[in-house]
Design a protein around this ligand. Structure first.
Ligand code: HEM
Ligand SMILES: N[C@@H](CC(=O)c1ccccc1NC=O)C(=O)O
Length: 273
């Protein structure tokens, strides 16, 4: 304990205090539950039964996106600092979150298209397309596309600043290239990078940590693709071929995003192994 803090109890043989100025921390105050549980406001009136589920699912997604950004940013920084074990450890945590995010679609699919139809017309022009954190994850992973920032409507200043920052800062791929350079490889062209990847893959005894990192990046890429595929099938089940509330062609637009890969050179490598 630091001096000046009041000891107000003992637990398991150790002195404990109950937070600042002796105010007792509770489960609810620590987790800010009054604020958190007061954030579900329905648009439908009279309230559509399933709208609470729809809002809850999306809010849970955004909380996990926040965590994913926290971990990916730290993993990127770890690569830049030559901390390869930490970088792959954090990526593995991200994988487990990403699997959970894809599984969550099952819960939303307990909603029928008819029940979604009760409140869907109230949502326009809002859409998942406007998820800033989702786009931050794409930018940080390596898929930087400034046109998304231009197409966003109604961004706050802080959100624009966050996206601009993600567009300028190093991606996970940039930091992986630094790892390859520090391992003695040239990375000035796709050919030299592919060459380096083949050497790493061919001598795992020597380049084990670099190989594990490459595999963890590929896994992140694969799990993002799995989410996109799961999302579009859910969309077809819910709204068929209707246009999206965000103004796109709907499932057609989403299908055009299915081939997106963050790390094409890691996929190309497969053909030469
Ligand atoms: C009933 C469930 C859902 C339907 C029918 C649906 C439908 C759509 C449609 C049609 C689009 C294309 C943009 C547009 O609106 O024009 C879209 C985009 C998107 N949705 Fe959903 N969505 C659903 C649930 C979710 C959930 C739970 C999330 C989780 C955050 C989500 C995240 C996104 C994201 C991130 C995009 C942009 C994808 C991209 O640009 O690649 N959606 N959604
Ligand atoms: N774009 C969906 C509506 C939707 O799913 C949505 C609406 C508002 C906020 C988030 C949403 N989720 C994903 O797109 C649709 O066209 O039905």
């Amino acid at each position: 304990m630091t001096s000046g803090e009041e000891v107000v109890g003992r637990w398991g043989g150790v002195d404990v205090n109950f937070g600042e100025e002796g105010g007792r921390l509770t489960y609810g105050s620590y987790l800010r539950l009054t604020e958190l549980l007061d954030q579900q406001r329905l648009e439908s009136d009279p309230p559509a039964h399933d709208e609470l589920l729809f809002i809850t699912i999306h809010q849970v997604y955004e909380l996990w996106f926040k965590q994913v950004l926290h971990e990916l940013t730290a993993s990127r920084n770890a690569m830049l600092n030559d901390e390869l074990w930490l970088a792959q450890h954090l990526l593995r945590r991200v994988h487990t979150i990403e699997r959970t995010l894809t599984q969550q679609v099952d819960i939303l699919e307990t909603m029928t298209p008819q029940d979604f139809g009760e409140f869907r017309h109230r949502l326009s022009p809002a859409s998942g397309f406007q998820s800033v954190q989702f786009r931050e994850i794409e930018f940080l992973s390596a898929a930087k596309d400034p046109s998304f920032v231009r197409r966003f409507r109604g961004l706050t200043e802080a959100e624009t600043a966050r996206l601009d920052q993600r567009l300028t800062e190093p991606t996970l791929w940039d930091s992986f290239l630094v790892v390859l350079q520090k391992a003695g490889f040239e990375t000035d062209s796709d050919d030299s990078i592919s060459d380096a990847l083949r050497k790493v893959a061919g001598d795992r005894a020597h380049y084990g940590a670099v190989w594990e990192l490459a595999e963890a990046l590929l896994q992140h890429d694969e799990l993002a693709a799995a989410w996109r595929a799961r999302h579009v099938v859910m969309v077809e089940r819910m709204i068929g071929t209707k246009p999206g509330t965000g103004g796109s062609s709907g499932a057609n637009y989403l299908r055009s995003r299915l081939d997106l890969r963050y790390y094409p050179l890691l996929w190309d490598l497969r053909s030469s192994l």
